[in-house]
Design a protein. Structure first.
Length: 86
């Protein structure tokens, strides 16, 4: 494709994620409509993977990327897991 870069960078992925976040609910609804007929089960509750990478360690390593902070939702790491209802 002429408008596609030859390599995909971290910045490209971040921009794609930002674009998807603007339409997250519509994407989730569309995916659910496509997947639901394929599954012959009660989907009253669907558990979503809310994986966040967490690194624990003690000590300082030069040019270490680890830093203390909140998770992506700006909540403490000990917040309870969420459930997504279909």
């Amino acid at each position: 494709m002429p408008t596609m870069p030859e390599t995909v960078t971290h910045q490209h992925l971040l921009r794609a994620m930002d674009a998807l976040m603007d339409h997250a609910e519509a994407v989730e609804v569309a995916l659910a409509r496509q997947i639901r007929p394929l599954v012959d089960r009660d989907l009253a509750i669907v558990f979503c993977d809310l994986t966040t990478v967490r690194i624990h360690g003690e000590g300082d390593m030069g040019e270490d990327l680890r830093a203390f902070g909140l998770n992506k939702e700006n909540r403490p790491a000990s917040a309870p897991e969420e459930m997504c209802h279909v």
